[in-house]
Design a protein around this ligand. Structure first.
Ligand SMILES: [Zn+2]
Length: 180
């Protein structure tokens, strides 16, 4: 059912990628960061810093492009990892997507957003090759606003041809982050 001649499927795909390139905007997906044990402190079984200087760390090492120099400390928080026990590196994936803020009366919405009020919802449509990236991202910067995924992304297809991946995000309420 709904099968299209293969060439037509190709044409539609081509058309979509053209639309994407012309009307899409850059979306930055933040993936799970890389992380490695902090060389400057001892960590417990859960990988948490014990707040104790690792005296075997004497030669500077390079981690994620930064030179980490031994910084001995006697009390309190490790000055290298700030007590986290690990050093992290952001992993970002930039994609082009068609972005719509607070889409209403949109067929795409029906199975998703009933009942969520007072939140900014944003839909992104992108090439289906980014499905995994979108599904796995920790958060996304959309139009410069930090957003988190509301539901697993879905593929939209015409006939048997998968065309785009559609995902809904909500803006992360800045009121939730503490002012330090
Ligand atoms: Zn540390």
């Amino acid at each position: 059912m709904g099968m299209l001649p293969p060439n037509l499927g190709k044409e539609i795909k081509k058309m979509y990628s053209q639309i994407m390139n012309e009307t899409g905007e850059a979306v930055c997906l933040h993936m799970t960061p890389n992380s490695t044990d902090c060389p400057n402190c001892l960590s417990g079984p859960q990988g948490k810093s014990l707040g104790i200087y690792d005296s075997s760390f004497v030669v500077p090492v390079e981690i994620y492009g930064d030179t980490i120099t031994p910084q001995s400390f006697t009390r309190g928080r490790c000055p290298v990892c700030y007590g986290k026990g690990v050093l992290e590196q952001d992993v970002e994936k930039r994609i082009t997507a068609i972005v719509r803020w607070n889409p209403t009366n949109d067929g795409d919405m029906e199975q998703t957003q009933a009942g969520i009020e007072g939140l900014n919802i944003v839909s992104i449509k992108s090439s289906k090759c980014y499905y995994d990236n979108i599904r796995d991202c920790v958060k996304a910067s959309i139009s410069g606003i930090d957003c988190r995924l509301l539901n697993p992304p879905v593929l939209r297809h015409i006939g048997r041809t998968d065309i785009v991946v559609v995902a809904f995000f909500t803006s992360i309420d800045p009121g939730h982050s503490s002012n330090g």
